[in-house]
Ligand binder design. Structure first.
Ligand code: C2E
Ligand code: CA
Ligand code: CA
Ligand code: CA
Length: 276
């Protein structure tokens, strides 16, 4: 803000201009980011809470932009959804994550699954299922290892294109997981109808377990009753872990086990593969 102005209005318009300028730059840089190799994937382990061993990984994108620095997904994924770049980015994420998982499987780290975040925009693209199936075939990764993480918004959608993508992919053997479960508006009958396999309870509930115990218990019982596995996200403390184990939660993820790591660092952790 200009020192001399003394006006709140000018102060906010400056901030607005800055953010518009930033979005403008991000938009411009986005479409070259793939060919310039600026994206990388980090991986965070998904832990079986009975054996405390790693059974899968979630792929999380990061962008190392030469002018803007290291960007978190919240800073560019929403923009990529608006520009349409999300399709190309999503394709890259899927392929990279599948190649890496295949390699880890071949290197003897066990039957690791891979969870990939999918925007509703991607699911609305009628070529989406084709892209996924083609990628799995090329990489020679069996579909049972792939979990597509979708939002509650996608899970209740009546869009024909989304439904077709679901149907083709579940028929092919790919799994679906509902991310941030409990924050949106899932319909329990839809979860059944769509043959959803997994719920990921939103990390805000685990964060605030004191207040959210009943919500967590409810999610766990929905999982039991509908025969879906439940992943508790955002586990940061031993107390949270104890509560979840005590209440029959199958899977967990969070900083208590590991932050998302580069493939190199992740592999070092796979070599140990236990958190006892
Ligand atoms: P999400 O799918 O809910 O991913 C979980 C986020 O929580 C990740 O943030 C992860 O680093 C963070 N997290 C994991 N454990 C803990 C914990 O114990 N405590 C806390 N405080 N945080 C934890 P990240 O990597 O910044 O990703 C943010 C969001 O960006 C993701 O939320 C997902 O919606 C989106 N995203 C990430 N990668 C992709 C992608 O490849 N494609 C799409 N479409 N979206 C992506
Ligand atoms: Ca996710
Ligand atoms: Ca989540
Ligand atoms: Ca989220």
């Amino acid at each position: 803000a200009k020192e001399t102005s003394g006006s709140h209005f000018e102060f906010y318009t400056d901030i607005l201009k800055d953010s518009i300028h930033r979005e403008f730059m991000i938009r411009n840089f986005l479409n070259r980011a793939i060919e310039s190799d600026e994206f990388i994937l980090h991986y965070q382990p998904i832990i079986d809470l009975k054996s405390l061993s790693i059974v899968g990984s979630e792929a999380l994108i990061r962008w190392n932009q030469p002018n803007l620095g290291f960007l978190a997904p919240v800073q560019f994924i929403p923009i990529a959804e608006r520009t349409g770049d999300i399709d190309a980015i999503g394709k890259w994420v899927l392929k990279e994550a599948c190649i890496q998982t295949k390699k880890w499987q071949e290197d003897g780290f066990g039957d690791l699954s891979i969870s990939v975040n999918i925007s509703v925009k991607q699911l609305e693209n009628k070529l989406f299922s084709h892209t996924v199936i083609k990628t799995l075939n090329e990489v020679q990764l069996s579909p049972e290892y792939l979990y597509l993480e979708i939002t509650e918004e996608s899970s209740i959608s009546d869009s024909i294109k989304i439904q077709e993508n679901y149907n083709k992919l579940t028929e092919f053997g790919v799994h679906f997981s509902v991310d941030d479960f409990g924050t949106g508006y899932s319909s329990l009958s839809k979860l059944n109808e769509l043959r959803i396999d997994q719920l990921k309870s939103d990390k805000s509930f685990i964060d605030d377990l004191e207040v959210s115990k009943k919500i967590v218990d409810t999610i766990l019982s929905i999982g039991k009753n509908l025969n879906l596995s439940v992943v508790a996200e955002g586990i940061e403390t031993k107390e949270q872990l104890q509560y979840l184990i005590g209440n029959g939660c199958d899977l967990g993820q969070g900083y208590l086990f590991s932050k998302p790591k580069s493939s190199l660092e992740y592999e070092k952790m796979l070599k140990r593969n236990y958190f006892k």
